[in-house]
Design a protein around this ligand. Structure first.
Ligand code: NAP
Length: 330
């Protein structure tokens, strides 16, 4: 069967982006064929669609690191046709075709049946970004963070990881400080539950330690931001680090670690096992549910709207999640 897809391809040093038609035979191997209801626009998708993004590992490529939809064919007895599923991470959208198409085929062990209480649209409002936010909160709490430990800062607060982290933490009773470069989104961050909204933490203070300010942090920005956050974490506090929108280089001293026992927790959503994914998605549908984010209307674009959406994510312009409906003709 023929279906529409957003394809990036490399010619020389240039990467071109087109909406075209593919056939089932163009899809990679796998036990499960999925009718894609929604995908999401992630920072990584932006990188996968430009030259020197250093993310795409094959061309031509259908990007889209996450997708949700309905199983239409399955060689795996435990995953029946008609099942609503979510798939993200592994090689999806970077080393094999991903979610920016009406159909996707994946190995059975990558497929998470959607837990009760989450629709495919809600799963993609959460998406890889929200899953990463949930992982971050889980890691912080495993390291000892509690709602009464003190203020928790969330950097890149208006983006996918950040806005979901703000929502989850606030709903769990934390005093959330949202750090953002978009002052005009402060009211929205307060609506999600932020107790305070501050500017981006992007200036190097030049000092090895700062006053203890944060009991914990969810950082998806990296670079100078992560270094500055580490300097201001209270004794025994933790930082969950997942991203690099502000830079991949981390320049720090050992002082936060050896004088304050600060924990730097690495967050990776890509390589999680199926059992880990099922656990995290069940918690997203349950006690980590980002209800205030799910209650709002998401921005929805079709495949033709992807070039603008991908440029926006790379420019740091994202506010919440942008969801892709591959059947939408706009
Ligand atoms: N480790 C994992 O498994 C994993 C999974 C998902 C995502 N990630 C990573 O996490 C990061 C965020 O992903 P996302 O999907 O949430 O992206 P996103 O929606 O684009 O959000 C990123 C946010 O970072 C802030 N930002 C952008 N450029 C910045 C800069 N130069 N300096 C400081 N802040 C900047 C912006 O927030 P403000 O304007 O509010 O400051 C932006 O909205 C990306 O690096 C992504 O690759 C990692």
């Amino acid at each position: 069967m023929r279906f529409r897809a957003f394809v990036v391809d490399k010619t020389g040093d240039d990467v071109g982006r087109t909406v075209t038609e593919l056939e089932d035979a163009d899809l990679p191997d796998g036990e499960v064929l999925i009718d894609v209801a929604y995908s999401g626009v992630n920072y990584k998708d932006g990188l996968a669609s430009v030259a020197n993004g250093q993310v795409a590992r094959t061309y031509p490529l259908v990007p889209g690191v996450d997708l949700a939809g309905t199983v239409i064919d399955s060689n795996e007895p435990t995953i029946g046709t008609g099942t609503h599923v979510v798939v993200h991470g592994h090689d999806v959208g970077v080393a094999r075709h991903g979610g920016f198409a009406e159909r996707a085929r994946v190995p059975a062990e990558w497929v998470v049946p959607l837990p009760q209480g989450l629709t495919p649209l809600q799963a993609m409002i959460v998406g890889t970004a929200g899953y990463t936010a949930a992982l971050s909160v889980m890691a912080l709490e495993t390291a000892g963070l509690r709602h009464d430990s003190g203020p928790v800062v969330v950097t890149g607060a208006t983006g996918g990881v950040g806005s979901t982290a703000v929502t989850i933490l606030a709903a769990r009773g934390y005093h959330v400080v949202a750090s953002t470069g978009k002052a005009n989104q402060a009211d929205w961050l307060v609506t999600l539950g932020a107790a305070e909204v501050i500017d981006r933490i992007s200036e190097d203070s030049g000092r090895p330690l700062l006053s203890e300010r944060w009991a914990g942090a969810v950082d998806c920005v990296g670079g100078v931001t992560l270094a500055e956050v580490l300097k201001a974490v209270s004794s025994g506090g933790s930082v969950a680090a997942s991203g690099l929108t502000g830079g991949a280089k981390l320049s720090t001293t050992v002082l936060p670690f050896i004088l304050r026992g600060v924990n730097l927790l690495g967050i990776d959503s890509v390589q999680n096992t199926l059992a880990e994914r099922i656990e995290v998605w069940n918690r997203i549908a349950g006690d980590l549910r980002p209800e205030k984010l799910l209650a709002a209307d998401p921005v929805v674009v079709g495949l033709d709207g992807l070039p603008d959406a991908l440029d926006n994510v790379l420019a740091g312009g994202m506010v919440g999640r942008t969801v892709v409906d591959p059947k939408l003709r706009i």
